[in-house]
Structure formats: structure tokens, C-alpha cells
Design a protein around this ligand. Sequence first.
Ligand SMILES: [Zn+2]
Length: 235
Amino acid sequence: MQTKLRILTYHRIGFPSKGKKYETLTVLPQRFRAQLKLLQLMNFTHRSLDDVAENFKNKEKFLKKQIVLSFDDGFDDLYEHAFPSLVKMAIPAIIYLVTDRTENTWDRKTALRPLKLLSLDRISEMSRHGIIFGSHTRTHENLTQCTDDQLLNEVVNSKKIIEDMLGLEVKHFCYPFGAVNQRVADTVKQAGYQTACTTKKGSVYLNNNPFMLPRLTIGKRMNLLKFLLRITVRD
Ligand SMILES: [Zn+2]
């Protein structure tokens, strides 16, 4: 049997206010800490996506019980509620940034009030402490609906913006709304990224396309038992 890797998808870690549908993507800080503790107790190893990209390149199989933590959109509350635990436990998580936005204005339908995204200062500090940053485009457009020029701008220039900001190569991409087709995936590959994540549900195997990586979403309603099932059940 092939060994698999699991990439968990988070959005916000924090306290949702009532009446927001968007709170389904918010995990309470105490719940997040309990999840990290459980992963530790179960001897999961946290991988960085940089290392996973190397595995794909060298066709090295994944070792057992490996996990990647990914955070979409770069919400500001990650700084307060996720970053301290990630640093303390030396977890090389990845945060996907939307470079030209300071709030999640693209979620107009689901958020009553737009939420703040991470500032440049905080991103730099987190980067210095080992958090990896990837691109989630410039404006969080559905890329399958973009013209070729728009697509290039979103994919290529967002990479450059983050690289200029951090002085590090940006190797990883995440499709807004999980929207991807062959044209979009090819553009991401040609732009020089090494991996790209979707919202398709599943574990990652070495024979997966590294530009179509499936993930496992961790939502607000997930208690520790449901979390345990999500990270252990076969799929
Ligand atoms: Zn997003």
C-alpha cells in the first residue's frame, strides 16, 4: 500500500461573531491547540511543503503519519491564535496570501463585515520564525474565469510581490475557491511554482499531480473525535 500525506486546510483561528456564515471556517483557538496536541500524541510528523515538493521531484515515498498544516487567505487572527503554538511546536505551516487585499472582500456573500488580513510586518515576523508563505493570487478571483492576461497577472505577479516582500522564493500556490482547470494549472506550473493546492477532498499520494493536491478541511464544527476521524480514516 502506498503511504500518503495529509494536508489540512484551515482558514481562521479565532472567535467568530454570531450571525456570520463565515464562522464555519473559523476554528476556536482552544480547539486548534487541542488538535495540535492530538497530532503530537499520535506521533504525526509535520512536514513543510518545501520538503514535500522535494519528495515529488525525487520520487521519494512519503513516510508514515506525515501531515502539512495549510491556512488559506492569511487572516490576521492567525498571528494571535495560531502563530504562537506553531512556533512553540516548530511546525512549518504554510499560509497562502492574497497580495492585493487587506480584507477578505471576495467573501462578500458570506461575511457580514470583511475581516482583516495579515499585515506586512506580521508576515515578515512569521516568515522569520519559519512559517512558509505561498500565493493565493493578487485579488482572489476565480482563475478559471480570467482572461489569459489576468491569469498571468494573478499567478506570476503575486509570486513576485511576496518574493520581493520576504526575500525568499515562493514555491507554493493555492487556487482561490479551489477553481482550477488545465489552463490554470499549466500557468501555475510555468510560473515556477512547485506545488498547488485545491479544495478537493482527499489524501496526497506520490502519484498525485503536485499541481492538483487534495486536502482535508478542518471546520468549526469539528470536535476532537471528528478531527481524529478526518486524520486517520482511509480515503
Ligand atoms: Zn481563499
